[in-house]
Design a protein around this ligand. Structure first.
Ligand code: THU
Length: 387
């Protein structure tokens, strides 16, 4: 349940990327340096300092931001005056205030630019419950810090915050902070935004219907995530809707794991494990067995063996469900190394079925069902792609 909305500023409240781009190009032109539009792309959403100095470095210029920002922002203020707020922004903020939701402005830009933008948009700073600017943090977006600080200042758990972002660095920051992220396509495309972790993507806030209570807001948001979003599996986003897991498919997966267990190569431990992965996209069932090695550490567990088989067949898979059959009772969970590998392809709610041989063979045995995040609550996912 979302209780607060954290607005990025540039590209969310105002379409400022073209404005800052024009202003920065003008600044470099005044110095007799011709820079390209593409030079700025890697620095979008990282704050004006990186934006300017990053390109400066590329051209061998050692710029002092404290001096240059005055020039940059004087160009900026002039160009920004011609631009108003982005579509739907004022209506959306009005709805959020009426619904009693907390709102914060969380921008990687410095305070001076924030004030120029709010003036161009026609919004008072006091409308926001909190304002966090880039000059208040050491590590700017794509680090999570700025969104974590906003959630702390509001006193609302980041899991209950919606971040509205247009920049990939900002989406990554929002997700890394544990927020839900709504991406707007002001600056980047839908696919890029989804890939960077956005839960839902729309053109502008014009597409967000009116709401007057927080419940209505959350209901609308669930709809947008369902319609526009894919299903996040660890580091991968699979753009299929989630369907009910079919009982027949689960039975097939248990039978496949049981059969694979008999093929396990376990001459050293004599501990045979069978596993099966069900692919989210195709509902295909991929069995695996443990394969040991004279060099013990080279052993491959049943779960990773099943995953490798699924990927060899389908490419990137989303694990709809995982079955593990072992002789232990209660049955053994996947080892930590397997969980880490599986995390890349699992949802937090991916079902993990653990069965002893009796249960797998349909007799009276133990069949446990765990959510993936119960087994591995904090997987390591390479930070730039963390959900
Ligand atoms: N094993 C698995 O196949 N899956 C697990 O998650 C735990 C361990 C295998 C590896 C090895 O062949 C044997 O069980 C004993 O460690």
């Amino acid at each position: 349940m979302i209780e607060a909305i954290l607005f990025d500023m540039d590209g969310v409240l105002i379409d400022s990327e073209p404005i800052i781009l024009k202003a920065a190009m003008r600044l470099f032109a005044d110095k007799g340096v011709t820079v390209k539009k593409e030079d700025f792309t890697p620095f979008i959403g990282t704050g004006d300092k990186r934006y300017l100095l990053g390109v400066g470095e590329k051209y061998g210029l050692d710029l002092d931001f404290e001096v240059e920002k005055l020039v940059l922002f004087s160009h900026y203020a002039r160009i920004a005056k011609e631009s108003g707020p982005l579509g739907g922004v004022i209506r959306f903020i009005t709805n959020a205030k009426r619904a009693g939701m907390k709102i914060a402005l969380v921008t990687s830009a410095v305070r001076m630019k924030m004030l120029l933008n709010l003036e161009a948009v026609g919004v008072e700073e006091s409308i926001f419950d909190k304002v966090v600017t880039g000059d208040m943090v050491k590590r700017n977006k794509p680090h999570a810090d700025i969104y974590q600080i906003a959630s702390l200042l509001l006193g609302i758990d980041s899991k209950k915050c919606l971040v509205v972002e247009d920049a990939l660095n900002g989406t990554v920051a929002g997700k890394a902070a544990g927020c839900t992220v709504l991406g707007l396509t002001t600056t980047f495309g839908r696919e890029e935004l989804f890939e960077s972790g956005a839960d839902a993507v729309m053109g502008t806030l014009d597409e967000f219907d009116d709401f007057s209570t927080s419940n209505e807001f959350n209901e609308l948001l669930r709809g947008y995530v369902g319609v526009h979003g894919g299903t996040p599996f660890g580091a991968n986003l699979i753009a299929d809707p989630v369907k009910e897991m079919d009982e027949g498919v689960l039975r097939k997966a248990i039978a496949a794991a049981l059969k694979a267990r008999l093929n396990a190569y376990a001459p050293y431990s004599n501990y045979q494990v069978g596993s099966a992965i069900v692919s989210h996209r195709t509902k295909g069932v991929y069995p695996g067995a443990n394969v040991e090695n004279s060099s013990y550490g080279a052993t491959i567990c049943a779960e990773r063996s099943a995953l490798l088989r699924a990927i060899a067949d389908e490419g990137v898979v989303g694990i709809e469900c995982l079955v593990v059959v072992s002789s232990d009772s209660p049955p053994a969970p996947p080892c930590a190394q397997c969980l880490q590998v599986l995390a890349e392809f699992s949802r937090s709610d991916t079902a993990v079925h653990l069965l002893d041989v009796d249960a797998a063979e349909g007799r009276d045995g133990v069949h446990l069902v765990r959510r993936f995040d119960e087994l591995l609550p904090h997987p390591f996912i390479f930070p730039s792609r963390r959900f």
